[in-house]
Write a protein that binds this ligand. Sequence first.
Ligand code: NDP
Length: 345
Amino acid sequence: MTDATNNTRILLAARPHGEPTSEHFTVESVPVPEPADGEVLLRTIYLSLDPYMRGRMSAAKSYAAPVELGAVMEGGTVAEVVESRDPGLTPGDIVLAYTGWQAYGVAPARHVRKLDPAQAPISTALGVLGMPGFTAYAGLLEIGRPQPGETVVVAAAAGPVGSAVGQIARIKGARAVGIAGGPDKVAWLEELGFDVALDHRSPTFADDLEAAVPDGIDVYFENVGGHVWDAVLPRLNTYARVPVCGLVAHYNDTELPPGPDRSSRLMSTILTKSLTVRGFIQTEFVKTHHASFQSEAAGWLSDGSLRHREDVVDGLEQAPEAFAGLLKGKSFGKLLVRVGEDPTS
Ligand code: NDP
């Protein structure tokens, strides 16, 4: 937990080749930073761990610049204002920020968003009411466009993105088929109201999926790739939509998967079934969809039609191990690190 003079922070020490381990990070203690004019000093309460962070650890060209070696790992945070040099914020305010894997951070006040703890638990700003929830909302509604009675399939369905995708699909009148790893996650999807929940680790998974989608698949919200995608592709209907959100099964890959090159078969399926396969990064939809997301998701959360789950680990030092587990399905729900005391709970 935090103390007032020292800032514990986690730096990227080496670029992982394959799975990240504790050797790729350094934990250090430095003096708490001082805010300049227009800035705030923030005490981290929750740090969000998200799959995109694996991309930031790599120097490979991507949509965002990598974290430099020796720099603090990036990440979304919910934090308390400790000192403010901006008239818009006062000590004690709770904000959504991007101060990364550290106990204290300094940020320009215009880069943080004040949260209202009376509206929803502050941690939800990193999950169901935050970036992952928004990713599900925008990707599903703008690209997937589910219609009443259609079948929507999503994997990583017990995570913050997938669980919101399935529930929003049902709110829109579609059938939701969720895919997750293991019986506990499958049971939770059933509890959430998914029409069918499947375990992708089952040896009968491909047959189970075929039985679960007797009318084929109209929308496949792609979070994982790998063997799930292999099972989904033959079941896609003509004019199916595939929002490509993430490929977490491949984030630690160091080379192409073994076997023959199947890209010509994929292109042929896209052609003959008139598929729409569209990648996206959620930021592209902020201007057009964020306001409606905030009001709709808050309403669904309070009326119980959108439920969520958090997996909270205690202590910043746990972040590297918890992050490695996230990519392998060890977390269950939105993965958060409680870095410091939550004054609202
Ligand atoms: P999750 O918390 O759901 O974590 C990822 C999950 O993926 C794991 O828990 C695991 O769940 C599942 N998984 C891992 N490997 C495999 C595999 N080989 N086959 C099937 N499932 C696997 O993550 P999020 O909800 O935060 O993110 C979901 C996806 O959305 C990720 O791909 C992420 O990168 C992407 N994303 C994209 C954004 C964008 O703007 N495009 C923004 C935010 C997220 P299980 O135990 O069920 O197997």
